[in-house]
Design a protein around this ligand. Sequence first.
Ligand code: GLC
Ligand code: MG
Length: 626
Amino acid sequence: MTYCHPIIYVAVTAFSAEVMMIRKNVVFFRGRKRNINMNKHRIVKAAVIQVLIISLILSGCNSSGSTGSTDNTAKKMKWWQKTIAYEIYVKSFKDSDGDGTGDLKGITSELDHFKEMGVGAVWLTPCYVSPQADNGYDIADYYNIDPAYGTMEDMDNLIKEAGKRDIRIVMDLVFNHTSNENEWFLTSRQSRDNEKSDWYIWADPKEDGSAPTNWRSIFGGSAWEYDETRGQYYLHTFLPEQPDLNWADPEVRKALNDVARFWIDKGVGGFRMDAVTYIKKPDEFKDGIPDGGDGMTGIHSMTANTDGILDYLHEFKSAVVDGNDIFTVGEANGVSAEDLSQWIGEKGVFDMVFQFGLVNIDLPDETNWCNTREWTLPEFKSYFRGSLSEADSAGGWFPVFLENHDQPRSIDHFMPGEGNRIAKAKALSTLLLTMKGTPFVMQGEELGFVNVDWGSIDDYNDVSTKNHYEFALSEGYSEEEAMDAVHRFSRDSSRTPMQWDGSENAGFTTGTPWLPVYPDYDVFNCDAEKKDPDSVLNCYIALNDLRRKHSELISGDYAEIFKDDEKIFSFTRENEGKKATVFINFTPDEATYDKSCIENAECIFSTVTETEKGKLSPYGAAVYEE
Ligand code: GLC
Ligand code: MG
């Protein structure tokens, strides 16, 4: 991944040789005039070479990004804009001690997996101390590693070993809420007047003793939980085990800033800010208009993106982030393309935000997985168009993602139904790695993973899946309809163990995996895919290579072509006289397009061996360049 201009190597070699010779001369010829003059001459020469080296380094020897690009725009880009990011679901990546749970040592042992893929940033889902009510998104201690995942020493070692490979570790900051077992909450709930009594969102019951409002939590059921000791309710946007912090209290914000600084000092490369659009609550707590048979209103509509939220985040940015060579990406459910200029770019609070427009394209209302809608390819494209143009005009940057640990697998999500799974995976990988922005690959996506379809709801682990299932039944859907929705949207699909090889449990663990390994691991595993030139993994490797060689795929402007085409997604990436045109067929049939736009271009990448201008095979993708 490290790339240095050849001139720099020559200069470095020449400089070292000069220094050695000067040293030798000084020692050997000390005191003789002729040789002192010669030394001076050489010192001047060496100084010139040194200046040359420094200016070349400053002008863009790129050692932490993944591109070998020499184009001027790419040179000015930050390391995290040029690299590929990868999400690890820590619990499922690699188990080093046979307890069936992935761990930090396991991750360290597999870092070479990222070498050829060009990954320079690895986002770890939360691995802090946690009772695991929501698989780590309920944090009991931000300053320690959960024993199931290892020790702080393992973490230090992981950061160090990753660094040797030019990979930065990205931590997940869950700052909207903690675990109900966090010391902060245990103190807060003791009385109405202790030093942390205001650290969470407490409210008195309504006159009849019921919850302060009719808000439904994102995982289902009331968003309020009664506490006997205080005689009050506390708010939880997610599970009752995840009480929301009160950001209005400056002490809370200070405590959270300290957490982030602690991790920056450890050398992490960035933060993903969990559920960050919920941190500010409205000044007044009011009932919402019921949107379900339970008489409740989804909390999202009542608290997401509340006025004033950006003040808190600006404070976080200037107190913690500014001046450090790290990036931040906010999980920003509720932030639309029009809002982007306030969230990213010159006036924004983060480097990037994950928006939900694309992943919710089939779900008008996230609370109800049974209420889906059909979508069209032009709609799919419009998400990229809208967000990219707003991000560009704000001077901000875009994270490209089709999957994460809360989403179904992209093959089933965006290319459902008939057709070859490998072709689909390759088509989607082409989109992910040639779109403008930093691509985020979800563990297993690079191997072509698909959704699980376990028989009964009891087979599922994810608490939100179980709650969605119950909600569907309570809304009058049949068991079959509820299970269909589970197969389509369950978060467990993106959380099954990583498949390393064809041995038992796919080489993930020698014990019993905490979540079943997907049965197709004999074919879809890292070892087998490495050996197969036509595998999904080798397609990712080839696409990384392509990005390095054709830097307009990293730095180039984005423009859509054939906008209204219902079958093909095509766009150009253009920079400094180089133009790449990408074509992706979203259908199980052959598709054609007007090839005049690539008349003088040559094919630089294709997901099939034979490709013809103007034609794409079923779920085929190709890139041309002129
Ligand atoms: C975010 C996480 C999700 C988690 C939730 C609560 O949406 O991505 O996995 O359950 O926040 O922390
Ligand atoms: Mg383990």
